[in-house]
Write a protein that binds this ligand. Structure first.
Ligand code: PMP
Ligand code: GLN
Length: 380
């Protein structure tokens, strides 16, 4: 039997590849973004309580009501922004499912979707498997600043969606208020939907503020915001996230969501809802990760790697041009095999594999792991 692939150019993700290589070579794994310390005991206990208290059958399609209310309260508290818990928020199986479902609910064949590269690797296949056309805008290391005239020139009557991501994976940069205002201006009076991937909203450093799409009234009216509890509560393996949007967009989303997953792990939803009653559980993340970033960077300050401190996310990009001009995929594999330290090469997220000789290191790790990783980096 023969079939024609809908994604002929897609292989296995770099995250799977690099984590497998790290395991094979017993390397420290700073590649795929996940913590190597336990998730909170209190949260684990709350999920166990939920199981023992009967939360073991299907959750409502849009999510457990306590969790929807907790999420809505968070938007009121942090951004003074109102999302109706039952009509404008849906709990998803991680942000990845939210992104895929948003794209498949709205993108028809030949619709154009603008994305900024380097881009998180699920965006483009989600667009293409639905018949859409990706319109890439390549940003440049080390600042990854957006040229808004270029964005204006790429918007056309075919533009159906623009996907943005701040704090940004993989570069660790954040968008300013001015960037958001530019986006708001360019999309005003259009039918363009904005997908604002905000999975790292609680991880912003040096006193900067996260510029959520919900803070800009016209943007909010056309935006889906996606979020991931895995990133916020150090449990990426639970695969729970959510999205928010105005009701007229969310009702379309749910038409697809109900046949995509129907609903998401119920005891974990209830446990997270109870845990979120204390806002410190997510508000403390900035300083928690800033300490890790600062420890890691102070330990490698004498190394031959160059860097600009990450502004947000739990990723740090390091430039190795003083060491070698080897291709970044080769260099990342070489570091894993010879030096026992795994990272992620950025070229895989760029247009046509553009290689800036930079690697991404995840610092959501114990201090002990960061110290060992820094020792290795200082020897290279
Ligand atoms: N968007 C970005 C930018 C990410 O880094 C990730 C990875 N965690 C996701 C979406 C997907 O999140 P989840 O693990 O909740 O599916
Ligand atoms: N978001 C994580 C990262 O950037 C990985 C997610 C995945 O493995 N799909 O490393």
């Amino acid at each position: 039997m023969q079939h024609q692939s809908k994604l002929p150019n897609v292989g296995t993700t770099i995250f799977t590849t690099m984590s497998a290589l790290a395991n094979e070579h017993k390397a420290l794994n700073l590649s795929q973004g996940f913590p190597n310390y336990p998730s909170s005991q209190k949260l684990n206990d709350l999920v166990t309580n939920a199981m023992n208290n009967g939360y073991n059958q299907y959750a409502p399609m849009a999510g457990n009501l306590d969790l929807l209310i907790a999420i809505s309260n968070k938007y009121e508290l942090l951004y003074n922004s109102t999302y109706h818990p039952e009509k404008e928020i849906t709990v998803t199986a991680g942000a990845t499912q939210a992104i895929y479902t948003i794209v498949s609910a709205f993108i028809k064949p030949n619709d154009e979707v603008i994305i900024f590269k380097p881009a998180y690797d699920s965006y483009e296949p989600s667009i293409e498997v639905n018949g859409g056309k990706t319109i890439p805008i390549q940003l440049s290391a080390p600042d990854y600043k957006v040229d808004w005239e270029e964005v204006a020139s790429k918007i056309s009557s075919k533009t159906k969606m623009i996907i943005i991501n701040s704090p940004h994976n993989p570069s660790g940069t954040i968008w300013s208020k001015d960037d958001m205002l530019q986006l708001q201006k360019l999309t005003k009076d259009t039918n363009i939907i904005v997908l604002s991937d905000e999975v790292y909203e609680h991880i912003v450093f040096d006193g900067e503020q996260h510029q959520s799409a919900c803070l800009f009234s016209d943007l909010k009216q056309r935006s889906f915001i996606t979020a991931s509890f895995g990133k916020t509560f150090h449990n990426t393996g639970w695969k729970i996230g959510y999205c928010c949007a105005p009701e007229f967009l969310m009702s379309e989303f749910r038409k697809v969501h109900q046949f995509n997953v129907f609903s998401v792990n119920h005891p974990a939803q209830k446990g997270i809802a109870d845990y979120m009653q204390d806002s410190e559980t997510y508000l403390g993340l900035n300083s928690f990760f800033q300490q890790k970033r600062d420890l890691f960077l102070s330990l490698i300050s004498e190394s031959r790697f160059k860097f600009k401190p990450s502004q947000g996310t739990y990723f740090q990009v390091l430039d190795y041009t003083k060491i070698t001009n080897e291709h970044d995929v080769d260099f990342a594999k070489h570091l894993t095999k010879e030096f026992k330290l795994a990272s992620i090469p950025l070229s895989v997220f760029n247009e046509n594999g553009k290689d800036d000789n930079v690697l991404r290191f995840c610092f959501a790790k114990t201090d002990e792991t960061l110290i060992k990783a820094a020792e290795i980096l200082c020897k290279i």
